[in-house]
Design a protein around this ligand. Sequence first.
Ligand SMILES: NC(=O)c1ccc[n+]([C@@H]2O[C@H](COP(=O)([O-])OP(=O)(O)OC[C@H]3O[C@@H](n4cnc5c(N)ncnc54)[C@H](OP(=O)(O)O)[C@@H]3O)[C@@H](O)[C@H]2O)c1
Length: 290
Amino acid sequence: MVTRVLVTGAGGQLGHDVVEYATRSTGNDVIGLTHRELDVADRHQVRSVVPDLRPDVIVHAAAWTDVDGCEMDPDRAFAVNALGTRHLAEVARLLGAHLAFVSTDYVFDGEATRAYAEWDVPRPLGVYGASKLAGERELDPSFTIVRTSWLSGVAGRNIVSTVLGLARQSDRILRFVDDQKGCPTFTEDLAPALWRLALDRRPGIFHVTNQGDTTWYGFVKAILEEAGHSPDRVQPIATSELDPPRPAPRPTNSVLDNAALRLGGEPLLPHWRDGLARLVRACHRSEQAE
Ligand SMILES: NC(=O)c1ccc[n+]([C@@H]2O[C@H](COP(=O)([O-])OP(=O)(O)OC[C@H]3O[C@@H](n4cnc5c(N)ncnc54)[C@H](OP(=O)(O)O)[C@@H]3O)[C@@H](O)[C@H]2O)c1
């Protein structure tokens, strides 16, 4: 039987790749709605648009992801990330649809000296993480939560596109922090895993990231290397050296142990260097096509 899937935030990097993957590789019926087509913070709109589409599954990838913006405008952060999720949960219940919510490593405070498993207690440091955790708490136990981290994909502005642009434009030395570590994750790899968990209606929390971890400095060094630039074009700095300082605090360690998948004997995503190599090649191809 064909399952009809609604994807929110389809104009974003993950939403785009979920729709792309589903259209290309599955026989299901997928409807991607961009922010312009569905504002999740608007309960009236959610209640009028979503039931007409009769989804069996909703993949909720929309969010206000500007971490510093959220810190400066908590009301907007909670309206989109928490209340918006409440609206989708409400409509999913009405329709008997399954909801899969995408959450973040920033629900953790970063104080652990090991990777965070799904059962560790969250304690967000900033408003973005707090608003996403509030979103998690709007869900029924039968719904899916996929926590992921440090996303990059072809359809967005992210650290990979930023560093490639900077490296092309000037010889300026880049400075990136070497005291925050996490798992770079590529939406091309995350999309099929998220799709599978959502369509299988898996209850509970899953950490889903590419394997391996690094710091932002290590990530930028690898981006430069992958694109054929000298890795010496980036210097490590401490978060305290950022000028001006960023409004939102970030966890120093937000590495996610994909424990639920690992302990369940389920496939893990490839190493982040593998995903990075594919994304850099895709960026080069689209540059040459322009
Ligand atoms: N990016 C990361 O590093 C990261 C890390 C961990 C978890 N996540 C989570 O992963 C998911 C996907 O992130 P992403 O990287 O794909 O983010 P993204 O590229 O910023 O995409 C998010 C999309 O949501 C849309 N959106 C914002 N407010 C909305 C609203 N009120 N109603 C409907 N759509 C709205 C945005 O549209 P506009 O741009 O037009 O406003 C954007 O197209 C999010 O849930 C995010 O919290 C992201």
